[in-house]
Design a binder for this molecule. Structure first.
Ligand SMILES: Nc1nc2c(c(=O)[nH]1)N[C@H]1C(S)=C(S)[C@@H](COP(=O)(O)OP(=O)(O)OC[C@H]3O[C@@H](n4cnc5c(=O)[nH]c(N)nc54)[C@H](O)[C@@H]3O)O[C@H]1N2
Ligand SMILES: Nc1nc2c(c(=O)[nH]1)N[C@H]1C(S)=C(S)[C@@H](COP(=O)(O)OP(=O)(O)OC[C@H]3O[C@@H](n4cnc5c(=O)[nH]c(N)nc54)[C@H](O)[C@@H]3O)O[C@H]1N2
Ligand code: SF4
Ligand SMILES: [Mo]
Length: 694
């Protein structure tokens, strides 16, 4: 642990990072007697440069929260009873052995939440346990967030390429609202626009704060692929594409040229609500302002019902305009090589058969199944029954689509275990709840692979304060459980330091080096010549505009507009009953998904969830700002307060997720999903609203 005396008082200063969300901002933590007493942004950190969002500023309240789970607990006749770690682990191990003998290892599913991304050690140990136990069924938020972008890049480029917008002359913020989801970046963009260095386009059904500083294309939810194809129609027909790059580095351009002919700006105006003139203007601006960079939101296109093709289209746009491998376009960010703790399992996981493109790319499998298919399999018992679930780093009872079905599936199991620092809605459903350390109470590795800011940088996340009660780090839970199951040989580590050192081994970076550099180290540089040094790892060794793999699997080789499964166009009868379009999951600065609802400072700033509706919609329904309304889809209805605004597209309703009192996932529908990846359509569903009375 690297600690130095703060000049201001006699508390210790510990330089670390915050992983309350995927950004991983640097923090200066001030600690007294093992307690966190003050937090500031770390000025030396390359991402947040000393600033923190409201959640980060509130870490002292988080670290000292009175409502932590402090001891293992088991449910007896519906009441929680305190037990020892020994009793908890013996009970779980005993039950798991029994289940494995009777039903096979695959009857255990392990759910890993968004901590699978933020917390490398947590993800690595979860994957190791899954393999050591022998179940293929790790299910995770990767079935709903980000992974599909990786698949799109692998199919198109053979590797992952990230946005590198710092020197861009034109940025297309595509379903991306950094003021709420990536605060550290929003002001940078605004300042560059105001200095005249940057042309900004915001593609969003909502007029976000940044949309007011640029050109706003107020798109109908779920029609992004059509818009992109229309932009390519303009770029290709007007000869604005990068001919040399296209010729040298891509395959399938001639097919694309034919394909986009149908997508004239006029035809696409009908589909997307974006005026043809604006499509032309933005297409020309994007193709000619070099370098230019599309920066999509992490999951807005992934939740559109056409997830894979929408993500692939952005890859094609960057390639055709010559904006790959350039500063200000998309470029490769080297990641550190960390130890792979996975233990292979022969059997395929749940969802692999239905969504093989999600599960395997170029023959390489991901370590998890498509979680969207899990509840149905539990409920049908086919092809085999599930009996147990362990949940770590997530709150799926609230965050996974179709909460009712998810909860029903969970209630059918013989054993449900949740490890979490807090008593979540999922933990309430468990048989055993285990107290987890937060990131402030254990050591780990911090990286910056945030969207728009991937950096070849690594930092040692130090233990900042003492865990409350009997909270354990996740790695210790998996290790102790494995040892009781006779799987101890897979888990030889005994301390945080051993775990971190082992993970670092292949990287050439040492724990000592990280300790000596408490502000973190750059281990490499961005790579702007990846094409030369790595090549595109597709079968053609080129950018696959037309994808051979997708074609072979029976999907569109070139992205095609696919009308959302529910929409005024595809289901006009349903649209008569539910005439509005719902987008769920608007990010709020004060919260991460379902977390932090018990933080008084956050609740003071944002006491309750709000449904944003347009002023004309409000007027048509006789609804006034601040009034309680029902938002209803064919799956269910929730009650929350209306926020009447001019900024949302008329006919669109936007709600946040993660609120138990008005759970957005009562409304979502796991049946509506991307045909290639199985990603659920959390944005673009049909809904209606009504006054709900006081
Ligand atoms: N404060 C906070 N920040 C977070 C999180 C959090 O919970 N809280 N979660 C983090 C995580 S895990 C993720 S995945 C990201 C998610 O966030 P991102 O996917 O990166 O997106 P946002 O920045 O929230 O912006 C999404 C925008 O997309 C718009 N949108 C909705 N539907 C459509 C559509 O069909 N087409 C287009 N073009 N736009 C659409 C919305 O109106 C919204 O303005 O945020 C991360 N950051
Ligand atoms: N309708 C709708 N639903 C959505 C979305 C949407 O846009 N719309 N977005 C989706 C997206 S993109 C995502 S990523 C998911 C997120 O889904 P989840 O990951 O389920 O969401 P969180 O509420 O962040 O859950 C993280 C949990 O981890 C716990 N935790 C924190 N630190 C630790 C730790 O060190 N160890 C352990 N064991 N637990 C810890 C927290 O207390 C919290 O309960 O939500 C998805 N759900
Ligand atoms: S954006 Fe906020 S919550 Fe996320 S890592 Fe940074 S300070 Fe923490
Ligand atoms: Mo996410």
């Amino acid at each position: 642990m690297t600690k130095s005396k703060s000049s201001a008082s006699d508390c210790q200063l510990i330089k670390s990072d915050c992983i309350l969300c995927v950004s991983g901002c640097g923090i200066n933590a001030y600690v007294e007697d093992g307690k966190l007493v003050k937090v500031e942004g770390m000025p030396e950190h390359p991402l947040n440069k000393g600033f923190l969002c409201p959640r980060g500023e509130n870490l002292v309240e988080y670290a000292n929260a009175p409502d932590r789970v402090r001891h293992p607990m088991k449910k007896v006749d519906g009441e929680w009873q305190r037990i020892t770690w020994d009793e908890a682990l013996d009970t779980i191990a005993g039950k798991l052995k029994e289940i494995k003998e009777k039903h096979g290892a695959h009857a255990l599913a392990i759910f890993c939440g968004s901590m699978a991304v933020e917390n490398i050690e947590l993800a690595a140990f979860t994957q190791r346990f899954k393999g050591a136990f022998g179940t293929p069924n790790l299910i995770s938020v990767e079935s709903i967030c980000f992974r599909i972008r990786v698949v799109a890049h692998l199919l198109t480029f053979g590797r992952f390429i990230s946005e590198d917008p710092d020197q861009a002359k034109c940025i297309l913020l595509w379903g991306n609202n950094p003021d709420d989801s990536r605060f550290y970046w929003a002001d940078t963009i605004r300042e560059r626009v105001h200095r005249g260095e940057l042309k900004l386009v915001v593609i969003d059904p909502k007029r976000t704060q940044l949309a007011k500083d640029g050109i706003h294309l107020q798109i109908r939810p779920g029609t992004d692929t059509a818009l992109g194809l229309a932009m390519l129609n303009v770029i290709i027909s007007e000869g604005l594409y990068d001919k040399e790059y296209v010729e040298k580095c891509t395959v399938g351009f001639e097919e694309l040229k034919e394909h986009v002919k149908d997508y004239t700006p006029e035809a696409v105006e009908e589909i997307t609500w974006v005026p043809a003139g604006d499509i032309r203007k933005v297409a020309r601006m994007y193709a000619t302002a070099k370098p230019a960079c599309i920066v999509p939101g992490t999951c807005s296109l992934a939740h559109s019902g056409n997830a894979l093709q929408a993500e692939r289209l952005l890859c094609i746009m960057q390639a055709v305009t010559g904006n790959l491998d350039v500063a200000g376009g998309w470029a490769m960010t080297p990641l550190p090589r960390l130890s792979d703790l996975r233990v292979p399992v022969e059997e395929d996981p749940v969802g692999a058969e239905e969504f093989p493109m999600f599960y395997k790319t170029w023959g390489k499998a991901v370590p998890y199944g498509q979680a969207m298919t899990w509840p149905d399999q539990v409920l049908s018992g086919k092809p085999y029954p599930f009996k147990a679930l362990i949940v770590t780093g997530g709150n799926p009872a609230l965050t996974m689509p179709d909460s009712k079905k998810f909860r029903e599936a969970v209630s059918k199991l013989d054993l449900v275990v949740v490890i979490n620092p807090f008593m979540t809605e999922t933990a309430e459903m468990a048989d055993i709840v285990l107290p987890a350390c937060t990131f402030l109470e254990k050591m780990g590795l911090g990286m910056v692979y945030a969207i728009n800011a991937g950096l070849p940088y690594i930092l040692l996340r130090k233990q900042v304060c003492d865990p409350p009660g009997e909270a354990w780090a996740d790695w210790k839970f998996w290790t102790e459980l494995a040892r009781r199951l006779g799987l101890g040989k897979y888990f030889p580590w005994n301390t945080d330091e051993e775990v971190v050192s082992h993970l670092l081994e292949p990287s050439g970076i040492t724990l000592q080096q990280l300790k000596e550099n408490p502000c973190g180290v750059f281990f490499d540089k961005k790579n702007y010549a990846a094409r030369e040094s790595f090549g595109f790892r597709t079968p053609s060794k080129k950018v696959e505009i037309a994808s051979s793999a997708l074609k072979e699997a029976g999907h569109d080789a070139i992205p095609t507009h696919r009308e959302p499964g529910q929409s005024p166009v595809s289901t006009p009868d349903l649209a008569k009953k539910y005439p509005l379009i719902l987008i769920t999951g608007a990010r709020m600065r004060e919260f991460t998904h379902s977390q932090l609802r018990s933080m008084t400072q956050m609740r003071r700033r944002a006491p309750e969830p709000l449904a944003e509706i347009h002023a004309t919609t409000a007027r048509d329904h006789g609804i006034i700002d601040g009034e309680m309304i029902f938002v209803e889809t064919r799956k269910g209805r929730i009650r929350l307060k209306a926020r009447v605004t001019q900024d949302i597209a008329p006919k669109v309703v936007s709600i946040p997720h993660g609120w138990a009192q008005a759970n957005a996932n009562i409304l979502t529908d796991v049946q509506e999903r991307d045909p290639v990846s199985g990603y659920p359509m959390l944005k673009g569903l049909l809904c209606r609203i009504a006054k709900a009375g006081p």
